[in-house]
Design a protein around this ligand. Sequence first.
Ligand code: SF4
Length: 121
Amino acid sequence: MGEEMVICIGCPLGCRTKLRIDRRGEVAKVAGNKCKEGRQYVVEEYRNPVRTFTATILTEKSIRPLLPVRSNRPILKSKLKEAARTLIQKKVKPPIKMGQVILPDILNTGADVIATDDLLN
Ligand code: SF4
């Protein structure tokens, strides 16, 4: 048994919740949430936290040295550093349109890394 504090970011209230964890590592009780959706969010955040991956990628043959990118869906939080390391090894050349896939299925997560801006010459 143990306890975990998780802040719900489901809405601007930002409820501070307390999760009671049983011997098997499962969530036995949630307190501090003000709605059902918040309970669902914090349990999922405890079990399987995900984040949208955001970064910049080096460019070549462009006056702009970096292009901002993000994943088109959240990926496991535990994979964010590895995703950043993967991106460091890549360079892109113009022209690139906002929303264009830069790196498909990063780390076999099912998420594509896409440009969040245009890259012209
Ligand atoms: S628990 Fe509900 S009310 Fe509280 S922050 Fe999360 S979504 Fe908002």
